[in-house]
Design a protein around this ligand. Sequence first.
Ligand code: UD1
Ligand code: UDP
Length: 357
Amino acid sequence: MSTLPTPRPFTVALVYGTRPEAIKMAPLVRAFTNDPRFRPMVVVTGQHREMLDQVHRVFDITPDVDLDIHAPGHTLTEITTRSLNGIGAVLQANHPDAVLVQGDTTTTFSGALAAFYEQIPVIHTEAGLRTGDASSPFPEEINRRLATQLAELHLAPTWESRANLLRDNVAEERVHVTGNTVIDALLWTVEHPFPYGSPMLEARLGGDHPVILVTAHRRESLGAPMARIGRALARIAAAHPDHLIVFPMHRNPKVREAIMPQIEGLSNIITIEPLSYGGFCRLIARSSIILTDSGGVQEEGPALGKPVLVTRDNTERPEAVHSGTVRLIGTDEDVIVDAVDELITSPAAYARMSRAV
Ligand code: UD1
Ligand code: UDP
């Protein structure tokens, strides 16, 4: 009796380069590794360096290829051309069956374009997010639209993102609603409680002071808008000395340049280097209010029932805004102060926003 040959595993190159992509790819790396039908190949551009390595340590991932393109202060053009060159060469040499890209970074766009040039099918996860404003977030709104044009298979996190793709004339059979892998990553960390990774934080957050968690990094907010966020934080800290404001700072030096001069001498504002993912999730759980312009944190905060105030003018994640857990407040100093103040002083306003979705 003849036996059928064992099918060759389907090789998927998972191409990514920044912290949020790594976090959202990690559950997929694990799932592909544990499934004999697939052979995952992890290709990182290294668009981020320390912040990417931090995620790999948490999830115990060793990339198959690390292009190590990071250079301090690199421009969008430099990131794009170095990624495109590097990924193109890797795809030419290995010719995987598919290339998986995530989200909307410059690595995402470059990975999709490199695969398209090599005529390798592109799978896009977190597909279909849109603000409708080409300049916000910049350049992500255009990166994600370009990824849509280049992809064969679109994995949309929600029905709203699926609807956006159909409006862009993507064929219905190429779109699948999958949810967002950030939730898989978050649930994994909740099952494996992590330390903050900072003795200073362990000590200062050990008591029962309420915590306001802050992150900020959007390119369109660098400079004056970011300085307004800093001034708002200083006013909130002075008005609510019992609260601790904890701000793990993105490695982009422009964030520190804008924020630090505004918050000097305020002992209840704690600035700290980026936390590793597990420690950061624990910090979300410890917080009572989150102020952020992050995409990922807008997803994680609501999942843990935390009110999220978004320091942006628009969002590609309207679902949590509709459900009331996320509120868009922009970067006006008075508006930020008033929005945080309302959550601190009005139990009814807090209760309205703190329902888990
Ligand atoms: C990038 C993504 C953005 C995503 C964000 C997540 C693009 C265009 N933007 O923005 O969509 O929300 O990542 O954080 O792809 N830096 C370091 N070390 C690091 C990481 C960054 O020093 O580990 C510095 C870089 O040298 C650069 C600055 O931070 O000077 C900005 O990094 P960059 O990769 O250009 O974009 P982000 O603003 O991080
Ligand atoms: N994050 C982290 N450490 C930090 C700050 C954030 O691990 O100090 C995680 C956070 O939980 C989320 C992701 O980084 O999953 C968001 O990354 P970022 O805000 O840089 O990018 P965005 O989501 O806006 O693209």
